[in-house]
Design a protein around this ligand. Sequence first.
Ligand code: BMA
Length: 320
Amino acid sequence: MKRHPRNPLITRRDIVSSHPALRDVSSVFNPGGTWFEGRILLLLRVQNRARETLFVKAWSENGVDFQVQGEPLPVLGLEACLHRIFHIYDPRITLLDGIYHVICAVDTDQGCFLGWFTTPDFASLDFRGLVSPANTRNGVFFPEKIDGRYFRFERPNTVMMGDGVKTGSRILCSSSENLLNWSAGEELFSGRPHYWDELIGSGPPPLKTKQGWLHIFHGVATHFGSANIYQAGVSLHDLKHPWVTLARGKYNILEPREIYELCGQVPNVVFPTAALPLQTDSRGCLAPNSEVYVYYGAADTCVCLAVTTVQELLEAVYAP
Ligand code: BMA
């Protein structure tokens, strides 16, 4: 993928607000993204100096110049959650059945869950429920039903790091009739010890191509002393049976190299969370030469853009 020359696209300085929780914030990263009313809309994960997490909307005609809203996005209905919530973060947005569905990681006093939210218009996010077992992150909904069922990828946090942080090395595919109750997941693939993708998790929601579902994910190399290196890679999955992996890229497609990826709140991180195609064909598949704008968090500090094409992603999946 090619970094956009204007990176980093959105930094803490772009959050200009008189709202007390948004004054002089610490960082803005890992945005959800979607096309909305002809523009690109990002849902920014903003962290303030109380280390609280808020969502702020940003939108753009060209995917590069963003206008950032001066208010946090209201999240409604959280009183229905039985656990004490600390943070809601890393949104992934999917347009499905005519409304926008957002899955986030929800840190609670009972562990981290996938939280499901909906909105018709991004005026607020409506909480619909915690929809995973405890200790699950990196959930992404598929943009359409397959054989009458909804599908998603998810990442159980079953690996305990030396510092006590829970993470994971398997991505699962589960399905549902109603988006609330989900089947036990089938494993797509797991981390590859000693290589770039030892720990893994889905990035943006999968993209439909004629050849299969393109899936951008992050991989973490943990064998470099104290550094965990977060990179991005790509895999391809069967259109009818999305848990079947047709191919998995051997090489990463983006790794921390620029100063804004190497230095920051968490160094050595590129973390893709939105992949927006510029052109689709008449059947809803991506056009083969379509550009894809991939938005990612860099060093848990700012928002960046990498540009690629469907063709390049498919080549990366099969690179020898
Ligand atoms: C992951 C998540 C992300 C974060 C990344 C790098 O486990 O917590 O939100 O961007 O680590 O710190």
